[in-house]
Ligand binder design. Structure first.
Ligand code: GLC
Length: 420
């Protein structure tokens, strides 16, 4: 998948899944609890997701209107969901292959998340590292740790993923910090492998970037290890993302449904489908993508709340996805009542607020070919309300139904076709 296709698709599914679903306090549980590896091993031995049904996952994603998916092949805990020859710290079946096969079968593009960080590997820094579970434990000093041996391990795993699983559309690396970035990861070598084995694959920016430091993707001339899109996390940029010389940079906001990436049994603080739909619209209105996360549980099932949210998002997307796919920011300034997305000479008005009167769009009437409610194709009449002639650069649209209710309280979308 190239970056243009990625930006056309706009909406993806993130999957954070692994042994950490058993302690069920998120994928950083070893860090939070400063959990020794020996205390994690019982969970490793227990992990056996007998209800794993990748076809059901893929169908739920497609029905939600998602066009691509990215699943963890290995997270920071170092446990591999793929059949690597480099370690036996892996599941007995190749869960990555099952995921890829099912999602490709369902017609989605497929990606893998791969953690550059590895808290299991003995050659990865422990004591004094910024994030390692044993960072505060001097008994885990770093003498005799051979960083090049770790790099060889990590690069071999990446090569296995790039050569052993067919055509991959996205590789989502995570994440750089302090001196642990770019050359420390052997990013040029990783880039060489991608160029050799998966030249059409795109990547995020995190071989170089960490949080507020997105790396050279924001420079006028990004390095070859900069990645293809930047990855704001749990936030939406105020006005989209441009680099240091004002050129738009492809971006994808990664968002959780509750407050955790990995399964967290006690976290029932799920965002509503309505908020997530509006967040997707906000991303697209600012030329961005949104990848929405599900953290499957230890049995291999999506949490019930996630299933319901995906279903409700799909119900809106079924009627309104034309205002998402292939769309981006409009030339019009953001209106008071909602947002615009645009595709060529079609502007989509996303009406998010009730209004006591007709909806004003900052488009002179003579430029408008037609206005239709996107969901049902019904005509929206252009009107000139009392005093309306005082605002010739605006057109007023009669949208509301009885008692000033918008047809779709989540987001009523109007398709405004401009005259050629
Ligand atoms: C952060 C978290 C990591 C998660 C990633 C998703 O880097 O530390 O656990 O996988 O965000 O974007």
């Amino acid at each position: 998948m190239n970056i243009q296709q990625f930006q056309y698709d706009r909406f993806g599914l993130f999957l954070h899944w692994g042994v950490y679903a058993i302690p069920a306090r998120g994928e950083w549980v070893r860090n939070y609890d400063e959990m020794k590896e020996e205390d994690y091993i019982p969970f490793v031995k227990e992990f056996n997701p007998e209800a794993f049904d990748p076809q059901a996952w893929a169908k739920a994603a497609r029905q939600a209107g998602m066009k691509y998916a990215v699943m963890t092949a290995k997270h920071h805990d170092g446990y591999c969901l793929f059949d690597t020859k480099t370690t036996d710290f892996k599941y007995k079946e190749d869960l990555v292959r099952k995921y890829l096969d099912a999602f490709r079968e369902e017609g989605l593009k497929v990606g893998l998340y791969y953690s550059l960080i590895d808290w299991h590997h003995p050659d990865f820094p422990h004591y004094g590292d910024r994030h390692h579970p044993m960072r505060n434990h001097p008994e885990f000093s770093n003498e005799n740790r051979d960083w090049n041996r770790y790099l060889d391990y990590m690069h071999t795993q990446i090569r296995e993923l790039l050569t052993g699983y067919g055509k991959l559309d996205i590789m989502w690396f995570d994440f750089s910090y302090n001196e642990m970035k770019k050359d420390k990861w052997g990013a040029e070598t990783i880039r060489d492998m991608i160029d050799a084995y998966q030249p059409d694959m795109i990547t995020d920016n995190r071989m170089e970037g960490d949080g507020i430091y997105p790396g050279s993707i924001m420079e006028e001339h990004p390095s070859r290890t900069a990645g293809d899109f930047t990855s704001p996390e749990q936030m939406i940029p105020p006005y989209g993302i441009v680099n240091k010389v004002g050129k738009p940079v492809p971006w994808e906001a990664c968002i959780t449904m509750n407050e955790h990436w990995g399964y967290c049994a006690k976290d029932t603080n799920y965002k509503s489908a309505a908020l997530l739909i509006r967040t997707l619209v906000e991303c697209v209105s600012k030329n961005g993508n949104m990848i929405l996360n599900v953290g499957p549980d230890a049995r291999g099932r999506f949490p019930k709340q996630s299933v319901q949210i995906l279903k409700e998002i799909g119900e809106w997307m079924e009627y309104n996805s034309a205002s998402i796919y292939g769309c981006g920011a409009s030339d019009l300034e953001k209106p008071e009542w909602g947002r615009y997305t645009q595709k060529g000479d079609v502007i989509y008005a996303h009406i998010l607020d009730e209004s006591i009167f007709d909806i004003a769009v900052h488009i002179p009437m003579e430029r408008i070919e037609s206005v239709r409610r996107l969901s049902d194709g019904s005509e929206i009449q252009l009107v000139t309300p009392w005093n309306g002639e005082s605002f010739p650069e605006y057109t007023f649209l009669n949208v509301d139904t009885a008692y000033h209710q918008m047809p779709d309280p989540i987001d009523t979308v109007l398709e405004i076709r401009l005259k050629k």
